[in-house]
Write a protein that binds this ligand. Sequence first.
Ligand code: RIB
Ligand code: CA
Length: 308
Amino acid sequence: MKVILDTDPGIDDALAFILLKAMPEISLQAITVTHGNTSVEKCTTNALKLVELLGMQDIPVAMGATEPLVRALSIAEETHGDTGLGHAILPEPKTQVIQENAANLIIDIVNANPGEITILCIGPVTNLALALLKEPTLRKKIKNVVSMAGTIHYPGNATPSSEYNVFCDPESFDILLRSGIDLTIIPLDVTYQCLFTKAHVARLDSAREDIRTFIDRSTAFYMEFHAEYQGIQGCAINDPLAAAILVKPDLVTFRDYYVDIELHGEFTTAKISADHFNATGKAPNAKVAMEVNIDAFMDFFIERVSTI
Ligand code: RIB
Ligand code: CA
């Protein structure tokens, strides 16, 4: 499976990098970086640090959008720390980004591999939206998009009704929803059931020491955020679940929904809504993960990470 990872590392993004390293079923074609959890500059540095930690230097890393399509930039340093990787410390990277920007790299890779590329979006989807705006034919050539995004019934983590990736750039997510691309949405409804705890860290005792240390130190900060801001014990590992589903879709139960997005609500901007009873009469435009086998996912994550 040929995959482009579009990401805003980010602590849970970093766990998705680690899991992708342990999924030989995936042929990672590129890493494209976006604004989101912190600035695109810091996210790009973190992506380069992670490819060096994981020996993925052969994979091109492209820097992408510095800000959303329309709205002002939002970052979440209270959630991911001022570096974006919590308490974890990695060496300054020697690896350089490629010269091409993220949107152009997406266009070039998809044009070179029509019908074969899965784009795993685990941050705001600005890069993908820019690519679709620049090259409208791309929507027919992308095999599918899997996006960690939105929330259906679960409370929002950015506003009471919106999830952070969509909140950062709702106009870009609207473009994705209307693109006609085969779209899978992994919302907070399933990701916030997957709470990674110190007990899970302890189960990583056979993992590579530097990776285990990274996971321990980065998630320690993430757990502090979840406890202080959300009263949750543990941390929701949103992005690794989206990555895992690429090779183990049976971890979740999908429902086909017509999904739309609020762009002008006073209190509900960036809220996505799934038409459960087909009240709109509109055909589904997304496959949405609504239930998850929590233990099966956690076991998968720990078993795979322990193989690196
Ligand atoms: O709402 C969770 C999502 O927003 C995750 O992708 C996290 O990394 C942040 O980008
Ligand atoms: Ca992310």
